[in-house]
Design a protein around this ligand. Structure first.
Ligand SMILES: NC(=O)c1ccc[n+]([C@@H]2O[C@H](COP(=O)([O-])OP(=O)(O)OC[C@H]3O[C@@H](n4cnc5c(N)ncnc54)[C@H](O)[C@@H]3O)[C@@H](O)[C@H]2O)c1
Ligand SMILES: [Zn+2]
Ligand SMILES: [Zn+2]
Length: 383
């Protein structure tokens, strides 16, 4: 059938909203009518080229490229049709997308680390998780890949059943959408990866869609001091509404205040959630973090970047840690229902995350607003 999607044909180009062909779901797959898609910074990394694999990795992919690709990995919708053998969901079910699939059977899934599921290996390039072939095609018949095996910037999606999670039907789908990436990633970066405890001092660097949720996660875990760092005044103000206790324009500016409020011990953890993770930010975060503390790298760095500014001797001698995280180190099938329960109880301010809704045709305006610092999160609302 025909549907519409925002397609990126090459880095540096705008999103092209076009009619595409989508096949019926095959075995183990579901057809979903998309309700909302979030404008996460990770899709912008495709446009800037930061998240385009370097040539030596591209060579290993079928066709040697990830383009053209349907963007979007934060989303929610309603199941329209299920393929052979699907028992997890049925037509009419409301679902959250999961940008890391969970097979439930691989060693990572079996150990409760579904965010590291073996099926997530081919997030970029190639076709369906199920059999490697494509369900989406341009109007001229070329195969179309999908961001994180989802492609939520489309009116319809055919997804592996390992990429969807059933949610309660009375929940607002725009909230289910936000939880599918930004909320889970930010909240989990604080609660699971930084292991924030009651009384901690936590610094959150970059207060957009992910950082705002890291602040809420740190607050939920009982942090005493939550220091928000963002150069944009509006983000600093919103950070205070989400639970930050202090806000600064740069890590450098935050240092004296963190020193004073911790009697020189510095933060228990610093969570890096700026739009792009550049190598020089790591040592700045280490400087804000005290002995035995943790720096969590949640933001994504350019794939070609391998240099990091890091005082290794002090990392050793002060027993500090630098930790990466994907999906806030949470298991999608467990975390998404839990976060939605906290929202239902009024304990997470998720409605407040959405600054503006856009139509699919306005997607480039949405990303312009994100880059201009106007949005905590923009979402695309489909009919
Ligand atoms: N690890 C994961 O699983 C995962 C999941 C989703 C997103 N991400 C990544 O997280 C990052 C944040 O995504 P987002 O959607 O929140 O982006 P966003 O654009 O909404 O927010 C980024 C914020 O960082 C601020 N900022 C930029 N440079 C800064 C600096 N040097 N110091 C302090 N603040 C700075 C910006 O003003 C903005 O408010 C991106 O790199 C994204 O790709 C990672
Ligand atoms: Zn995301
Ligand atoms: Zn698995």
């Amino acid at each position: 059938m025909k549907t519409r999607a925002a397609v990126l044909h090459a880095p540096g180009e705008p999103w092209s909203v076009e009619e595409i062909d989508i096949d019926p779901p095959g075995p183990g797959e579901v057809l979903v009518k998309t309700a909302y898609a979030g404008l996460c910074h990770s899709d912008e990394h495709l446009v800037t080229g930061d998240l385009v694999p370097p040539p030596e990795l591209l060579e290993l992919l079928p066709g040697g490229t990830i383009f053209p690709i349907i963007g979007g990995h934060e989303g929610a919708g309603v199941v329209v049709e299920v393929g052979e053998g699907v028992t997890k969901v049925a037509p009419g079910d409301h679902v959250s997308c999961a940008f890391v699939p969970a097979c439930g059977m691989c060693p990572s899934c079996a150990k409760g680390e579904q965010n590291l599921c073996d099926l997530g290996a081919g997030t970029f390039g190639g076709g369906m998780i199920t059999d490697g072939t494509y369900r989406t095609h341009t109007s001229s018949g070329a195969d179309l890949g999908t961001m994180a095996k989802l492609g939520t910037f489309a009116e319809h999606m055919v997804l592996a059943d390992s990429s969807v999670i059933k949610v309660e039907p009375d929940l607002p789908l725009e909230i289910v959408c936000l939880v599918s990436c930004g909320v889970a990633t930010g909240y989990g970066s604080a609660v699971n990866r930084a292991e924030v405890r009651a009384g901690d001092t936590v610094v959150v660097v970059g207060c957009g869609g992910i950082g705002s949720n890291a602040i809420m996660g740190a607050a939920a875990a009982g942090a005493a001091n939550i220091i928000a760092v963002d150069p944009v005044q509006f983000k600093q103000e919103k950070a205070m509404e989400f639970g930050a206790t202090h806000a600064f324009g740069s890590m450098e500016e935050a240092i004296p205040a963190v020193m004073e409020m911790t009697w020189g011990r510095m933060a228990n953890s610093t969570i890096l959630t700026p739009g792009v993770l550049y190598g020089d930010l790591v040592q700045q975060a280490m400087n804000l973090t005290g002995k035995g503390g943790t720096v969590v790298a949640t933001a994504v760095a350019p794939m070609s970047q391998t240099d990091v500014k890091l005082d290794l001797a002090m990392m050793t001698l002060q027993q500090k840690e630098l930790r990466g995280t994907i999906f806030g180190s949470a298991s999608p099938n467990g975390a998404i229902p839990e976060l939605l329960m906290l929202y239902r109880q009024g304990r997470l301010k998720l409605d407040e995350l959405i600054t503006r809704q856009y139509s699919l045709d306005e997607i480039n305006d949405g990303y312009r607003d994100m880059n201009d610092g106007k949005n905590i999160r923009g979402v695309i609302a489909f009919d």
